[in-house]
Design a protein around this ligand. Sequence first.
Ligand code: G6P
Length: 369
Amino acid sequence: EQIEKGGYDHFMLKEIYEQPSVIKDTYRGRLLANQGIIKMSGLEDNLSKFTNADRIIIVACGTSWHAGLVAEYIFEDLARIPVEVEYASEFRYRNPVITEKDVVIAISQSGETADTLAAIKLAKQKGAFVFGVCNVVGSTISRETHAGSYTHAGPEIGVASTKAFTTQITVLTMIALRLANVKGTISQSDYMLQLRELESITSKVEEALQSEPKIKEIAQVFKDAANFLYLGRGYNFPVALEGALKLKEISYIHAEGYPAAEMKHGPIALIDEQMPVVVIAVNSNHYEKVVSNIEEIKARKGKIIAVVTEGDTQVKQLADYIMEVPATPESLTPLVTTIPLQLLSYHIAVMLGKNVDQPRNLAKSVTVE
Ligand code: G6P
């Protein structure tokens, strides 16, 4: 097992550090940025299903559901296709409205999650076209779907999903960009820029990983907190949910993820000097709004840990601690902002002496209801 961990203390840390290379594996041969080409056979063979779709319904569970939420922003923003993201477990029992004009995308690392599989079967019965985004080759979901694109994350052993999440986002981003290009909902120059930026995201993920020593210090300060709040907006709202999920999964600290603007409708009541608030405050359309959320937290003496873009000055002045990530177009920010949150939860869990790779009560793959 020590050998399999490749010198890392835990599989989770190894998998966090594998992200630059597995993201590259995921787009290798599919993304030719200089030529403006995205080519994924599962998508190309069924392109008209997507371009003619009335809407896309994404079904998934857990971290994969968070990747689906990120995809909702990307698909709607770039490809102008309406998207609904559903917990597979709710979808399957809701008597959902599904037609032949719907495309259902099922996202699953393992390809074995019982609820996701049941949602797929239901969608197929109703005549929808079902597309899979799976990591495990030959898994049940990859076989049950009409077509799909694999993520190439390699085996993920840590129960808390890390590299599966970022590679899912990579695949979904490529799908959205290809559809946007075909539909003409993105300008050629923006399309080319996004492709180049996606190709260079691996070095930015690498750079984000370099903050680990600083993140470890932050973990040391907050490891005994009883609660955490995670806030983000737009593309980074799902990242806030995922950051909170990572923390609760492996450290057993209660954490909630919220869209930053919803803070005033509830979570703000929880804020006092005991409450660490992780705010994703990278450069984006929402930057100024997030800054005012930070001011509101500060006014109530909450402790602010902010994920900021390198070179940021405004949030830096307000926050108690910052974790820097490189600048990238807004649609790609989840791929970098996720990294410090993974490392933060990892280090807190290690410091608390928890079983990071196999947290209590959780399973890597939930094949029962
Ligand atoms: C379990 C795992 C999570 C995972 C979820 C969905 O809860 O512990 O890490 O996100 O199942 O799994 P899937 O394999 O369908 O992505």
